[in-house]
Write a protein that binds this ligand. Structure first.
Ligand code: AR6
Length: 362
């Protein structure tokens, strides 16, 4: 588009209009919640012209964002008309807008498109995932409104791993592993064993083995907070902690995962009794419930409590597998994939040995 966005804004602001979809746009909405404006593109307006695959405006702004130039309080679209007169109600409908567009040498679709892109970039300017000064609510609303493809440019980590690249676990026929569980073919495509860093997974939700403060720590908790950026800690601070065995959800911010589900495992350094077992099972169950309650269909677990909290991994693996199996038996329609993300080769071996017990081939 030849004219800069601010010029279009100024031009449109001078045209009164009462009918038509554009007249529903108010300046206050525009400034406070850009996500609402994705609705500007209605099925009808889409027919007028396709959205360009890439936006030079957005590319430019993202480059600036990467360079950390913009603060969270930057407001792009303050035109000379002031916010209240940005797009006034009253005046012409589609015909008038189209005539205006024609006069300017562009189509109405181009005007709609420029508003859509402008809204997006206005919000993008407010989102700085590298600064603790930002408004986490604004960033969260914005990020959760994006498709996976659009969210990729905000990742703070490289080499993300999409769900499609994580193979499903293939049940093996091992008679020596037969246990209490029968084969449930609906589940065969829903389980994965992934060996590597959980912060790289581009899925709906990763689970964090957190502590009761939810304010970060070492181990996988530290890795998740580092990769997500400082806004994660700000949202966590608003949750007022979490009890052992419970789970709370936040945005993933700079992570490839859309959400982080924080759960607090039992401290088992003094040994494992019924309380610790129950608490560990609650971690898995409540994390899965939190995921499904929030529409997250792919979830990855680290080996909760088996690091700093000292739960013996060879015992924890049974609580993890049994709880996931039982949850999937009851709610398989709500989840597409549950990934056991192991970090240590010894944990990988434990899961390889025990997966056939809980997800048998026959
Ligand atoms: N990706 C996947 N798994 C990982 C990663 C990673 N990037 N890093 C470590 N693990 P731990 P806990 C594995 O100690 O025992 C924190 O300070 C690791 O190999 O992270 O529940 C919290 O704030 C192990 O298998 O969690 C709490 O204070 C598993 O993650 C406390 O530690 C869990 O180890 C929680 O201790």
């Amino acid at each position: 588009m030849a004219l800069p966005m601010s010029a279009w804004v100024s031009l449109i602001g001078t045209v009164p209009c009462t009918t038509g979809r554009l007249s529903r746009v108010r300046a206050a909405d525009f400034q406070t919640a850009g996500v609402k404006f994705k609705h500007i593109l209605t099925p009808q307006s889409r027919q007028l012209g396709p959205k360009p695959a890439t936006s030079p405006v957005r590319g430019h702004i993202n480059a600036a964002l990467r360079a950390d130039k913009f603060s969270t309080t930057t407001t792009l679209w303050k035109s000379g008309h002031g916010s209240a007169s940005f797009l006034p109600q009253g005046g012409r409908g589609w015909l008038g807008k189209f005539a205006l567009g024609a006069t300017l040498g562009v189509t109405a679709a181009a005007l709609v498109q420029s508003l859509h892109t402008g809204t997006f970039t206005a919000m993008a300017l407010k989102v700085n995932l590298n600064s603790a000064d930002g408004d986490w609510k604004e960033a969260k609303d914005f990020l959760l409104s994006l498709s996976v493809k659009d969210r990729r440019q905000y990742y703070r980590t490289s080499n993300s791993v999409p769900l499609d690249d994580i193979p499903v676990w293939t049940p093996t026929a091992d008679a020596s592993k037969s246990g209490a569980y029968e084969r449930n073919e609906k589940l065969d495509q829903k389980i994965s064993l992934y060996s590597g860093d959980i912060t790289k997974l581009e899925i709906d939700a990763i689970v964090n083995a957190a502590n009761k403060t939810l304010l970060g720590g070492g181990g996988v908790d530290g890795a998740i907070h580092r990769a997500a950026g400082p806004l994660l800690k700000k949202e966590c601070a608003s949750l007022h902690g979490c009890e052992t065995g419970e789970a709370k959800i936040t945005c993933g911010y700079g992570l490839p995962a859309k959400y982080v589900i924080h759960t607090v495992g039992p401290i088992a350094q003094g040994g494992v009794g019924e309380n610790e077992k129950k608490a560990l099972r609650s971690c898995y169950k409540n994390s899965l419930k939190t995921a499904t309650d929030n529409g997250a269909r792919s979830v990855a677990f680290p080996c909760i409590s088996t690091g700093i909290y000292g739960y013996p991994p060879e015992q924890a693996v049974h609580e993890a597998l049994a709880t996931v199996r039982e949850y999937l038996d009851a709610h398989h329609d709500k989840l597409d994939r549950v990934i056991f993300c192991v970090f240590l080769p010894t944990d990988k071996e434990l899961y390889l040995q025990n997966l056939p017990v809980y997800f048998p081939a026959a």
